[in-house]
Design a protein. Structure first.
Length: 446
């Protein structure tokens, strides 16, 4: 039997689900297909489990800190299995919420992978579905490198559900995922090494903050092998044997690849609709998320603009509004706040110093580095590092970078000021809340 829809969404991640719900609330007949679990990467294999594991990994340091405040904990024991099981329960609960949100808003859900037959019809299993419009929101999957032991090398997809915690891990890559997982494994007591082909981790982030973070990661025991990469990885007697291009070879219990992500497009049969793809196989869209095929749209990680959940959700809202309004709106990609849940956390909004120097004639930089009060009774060396970037011509704050506990919570609040073009004078006029670490942001002096 053929079903007809006004909008059919392929992919039940954050962007797809939001688009489907909003479109349905506007009176469209909407269907959605998801081949795995509703919630997509963010809920099932990304942001949510990552943040839960990040919380878990911080307790090892918190226990040390407790003793500086007079508390003693007699037994320090961690169960990986309990963390994995509790995470699974929570993810299942969230996925069910997504399911009922969609169902309650009148969206028809199809379980399975969609394949295009032509620009107005798809196939899911044995069902054929027709729709006036399609939205592709299928996200991405981890890239894989080619080593002898590739089958046994894990990615972030598998790392959340390892049967047991390894003693010693090598993480390949130095982006968001590598740095976040290094913090998680290190905090859980795993001997952790990152290996990157360049000099520094976190390409494109502010250099000074990256340097400060690197120092603190090393102080916490994470090893970083720079300007090198494995030439060969094989597995013998349950151990990965890693031969580097420059360094000596080394053995690990586990190797994880975190070397970027690629669009999940293989199953879509895009050849049938001749959609234009970029060199990296992401779907090319214009300012209104229109692909080269008139009635087919794409949003989220698969279009590779900014691969973040809140961006996909914002794109979904704009797209659906555009479908129902005469005057189309564009999404502004500047000033998207973001955080790396490293240890310590790093969050930012606006430009890096390098970007600001390229864009503006004259900028002012304010920095502050200090040991927060919470650590003052302990031997913990961790410092907060803050950088504020100001456009000298109009005094507007154009960048805030914060390295330290709760960085993401703090920067989220200050983002409102920066997104709305507030000046350094406006920051200075604001009274700090004392004693906090965030008060430094409004008291920065040269
Ligand atoms: P990133 O693009 O952030 O980092 C990829 C890393 O892998 C880089 O260090 C890169 O090195 C390296 N790399 C890529 N290809 C190779 C190769 N062939 N050989 C060796 N090294 C290689 O990707 P991630 O996988 O970490 O994350 C993907 C996206 O997911 C991010 O861009 C982000 O948008 C999103 N994300 C967001 C999070 C958050 O908001 N907290 C958390 C996790 C993910 P080089 O720098 O040399 O290119």
């Amino acid at each position: 039997m053929t079903k007809k829809f006004d909008l059919f969404v392929i992919g039940g991640g954050s962007g797809g689900v939001r688009a489907a719900r909003v479109a349905s609330s506007k009176g469209m007949k909407v269907g959605l297909a998801e081949g795995w679990s509703l919630g997509g990467t963010c809920v099932n294999r990304g942001c949510v489990p990552k943040k839960l594991y990040s919380y878990s990994s911080h307790f090892s340091e918190d226990i040390e800190l407790m003793s500086s405040f007079g508390w003693s904990v007699s037994k320090k024991k961690f169960s990986w299995n309990k963390l994995v099981q509790n995470k699974k329960k929570e993810i299942k609960r969230l996925s069910q919420i997504y399911n009922s949100l969609l169902a309650n808003s009148g969206v028809e859900i199809f379980s399975g992978f969609a394949e295009f037959l032509d620009s107005e019809s798809i196939k899911i299993g044995k069902k054929t579905i027709q729709s006036k419009n399609f939205l592709i929101a299928v996200g991405t999957q981890p890239n894989r490198l080619n080593f002898k032991a590739s089958k046994e090398i894990v990615t972030s997809d598998e790392a959340f559900d390892l049967k047991s915690l390894p003693k010693k891990i090598l993480i390949l890559g130095g982006g968001y995922i590598a740095v976040e997982f290094a913090a998680i494994f290190n905090g859980l007591g795993v001997n952790t090494t990152i290996c990157i082909r360049r000099e520094k981790v976190l390409k494109g982030f502010d250099d000074d903050v990256v340097d400060q973070l690197t120092i603190q990661m090393k102080e916490k025991g994470i090893k970083i092998i720079s300007n090198d990469f494995p030439q060969e990885i094989s597995k013998k007697n349950n151990l990965f044997d890693v031969k580097y291009k420059r360094n000596k070879s080394e053995k690990f219990n586990l190797v994880m690849e975190a070397t970027g992500r690629s669009p999940n497009i293989e199953r879509l049969n895009l050849e049938k609709i001749k959609i234009k793809l970029s060199k990296k196989s992401s779907i090319i869209v214009n300012d209104y998320f229109e692909t080269s095929c008139k009635n087919i749209y794409a949003i989220g990680d698969v279009i590779d603009r900014i691969q973040l959940t809140p961006v996909a959700i914002a794109e979904a809202m704009i797209l659906v509004n555009n479908l129902t309004k005469k005057k189309k709106e564009k999404f502004k990609y500047n000033n998207v706040p973001s955080a790396v849940f490293s240890n310590p956390n790093y969050a930012y909004v606006g430009f890096t110093e390098t970007e600001a120097k390229k864009k503006y004639k004259k900028i002012e930089i304010f920095t502050s580095s200090f040991r927060p009060l919470r650590f003052s009774l302990s031997k913990k060396k961790e410092k907060v590092f803050i950088k504020l970037i100001v456009n000298s011509q109009n005094n507007k704050v154009i960048g805030l970078h914060y390295l330290g506990e709760h960085a993401a919570e703090i920067v989220q609040g200050f983002s409102v000021a920066i997104v709305n073009g507030l000046t350094k004078k406006a920051f200075d006029k604001t009274i700090g809340i004392h004693p906090t670490s965030a008060e430094e942001v409004v008291t920065m002096k040269k």
